[in-house]
Design a protein around this ligand. Sequence first.
Ligand SMILES: C[S@@+](CC[C@H](N)C(=O)[O-])C[C@H]1O[C@@H](n2cnc3c(N)ncnc32)[C@H](O)[C@@H]1O
Length: 217
Amino acid sequence: MDATEWDTRYRLAREAQAGQAGRLWSALPAQIVQDTVSPFPPGRALDLATGDGRNAIWLAGHGWTVTAVDFSAEAVGLAEAHAAEAGVSVDWQVGDATTWDPSGESFDLVTVMYLHLPEPALRAVLARAAGWLSPGGHLVALGHDQTNLATGAPGPGDPAILYSPELLRSCIDPASPGASRVVRCETIRRDLATDPEAPGDGGAATFALDTLLVVEV
Ligand SMILES: C[S@@+](CC[C@H](N)C(=O)[O-])C[C@H]1O[C@@H](n2cnc3c(N)ncnc32)[C@H](O)[C@@H]1O
């Protein structure tokens, strides 16, 4: 989906929830993201493809100084409204994750959640993101696993844009400048009742399968 199509999805969510800021996704990050990030000392964070901002807002609420980027201006507008409601400050930017550049800044944490792109673009995004980490910093990526298709759980239906541990691991070059180290890369099970990607997710499915990548430099 391009930025215009995402804009339409976010605009419809806003219009359907008249009187509220509008929300396409759950209010909190996936539990595995909260559990993974919580032990890290807060510093500078970047949330790429932030959507309506749940990861960025949670990070800002936990002491991180956050920059958040999405190519949908509608999504960023909703994220700004949610951040105001939550009383947190985030540097929101409209930008394309495949070309956005932090202008020389580095980060202690980069999060990339449910950004599903064709493989060459995903490889480039994750490799660039790992390259923006400060020494000791982490890249945390999470998205729908290819095996999620068999669960009946929500998520993209095109296997070409789904993740696998093999794919995500191969996006990180251990010989890159800064020597990125994969500390975790696996398929994880997410309980849809307690940890939905979007409100009301699930239908007949009770769990979803995601791929988690955690990289340290
Ligand atoms: C499934 S949503 C996930 C949003 C958010 N990361 C979350 O977990 O709630 C995917 C998001 O990626 C954004 N996106 C897709 N391709 C993008 C790109 N090339 N650059 C920036 N954002 C992109 C969409 O606008 C959408 O907000």
